[in-house]
Design a binder for this molecule. Sequence first.
Ligand SMILES: Nc1ncnc2c1ncn2[C@@H]1O[C@H](COP(=O)(O)OP(=O)(O)OP(=O)(O)O)[C@@H](O)[C@H]1O
Length: 269
Amino acid sequence: MEDYAVIFDHVSKIYTLKSNDKKHKGKQFYALKDVSFKIPVGEVVGILGTNGSGKSTMSVILSGISEPEEGKITVNGEQALIAINTGLNQQLTGLENIQLKGALLGLKKKQVQKIVDDVIEFAELGDFLYQPVKKYSSGMKSRLGFSINLALDPDIIVVDEALSVGDKGFAKKCLDKMTELKKSGKTIIFISHSLPQVLSFCDTAIWLEGGILKEYGEIKTVASHYDEYVKELNALSKKEQKKLLNKKFEQRIIKEKKKESFLNRLFER
Ligand SMILES: Nc1ncnc2c1ncn2[C@@H]1O[C@H](COP(=O)(O)OP(=O)(O)OP(=O)(O)O)[C@@H](O)[C@H]1O
């Protein structure tokens, strides 16, 4: 088991629909349904899937922010999520955010100072480090979040679209850093809408569709199947696409339990 960084064993995540449509509002549905896989230590895995397929849900579960309703997750090592929205406190300055994170993790003063030094060097925020985060651009927030989480030196790194914001120069710097971490044997789970980025960076891929795991395997194979699927989907008219997606979504809604019939109860006895 130690050979695996992450094990998902029949994991399901259930959300309540917030939709305005009266038919479904308040009903529960599967954001992830019965997902099982094992990620070996040191593997770099891409998560692929169209909009709403469950990628971000997977990232919050993988990083321990949210718990699944069904199934079991085993994580061997410290994990960290690097995302656009990294849960930074908007009222606090960049520096105070680092200190807060350090305090929450129970780090010593020296360890916190090391993180501050690393962030100053990597995030290139200059004097903004002493400004409230609410004054930051989205690129700056992502730089701060990325740098803090990297400075914590986690064993398992979950990257959720964070590399797609900010300027090209910083995105390249992040990608270089990720490549360095990949070489050092870290387990990386990479969520991105960009198929070329996933293809060039990952060893394997998990393809999610409608909350279900469609495929997990060698990157080139999964990426080509996914690409074929997206092309087929895009070839449909907008009306057909909508109809298909609605139909697929209906299948994720949890139907209310049917009332146990008198006959069923009779036969169970
Ligand atoms: N907190 C929440 N409460 C209710 N529904 C949610 C919540 N978070 C996500 N969802 C819904 O769960 C489904 C899966 O969403 P998720 O964000 O995981 O998909 P995704 O693959 O990351 O999509 P995208 O590529 O558009 O970011 C979607 O239908 C989404 O609307």
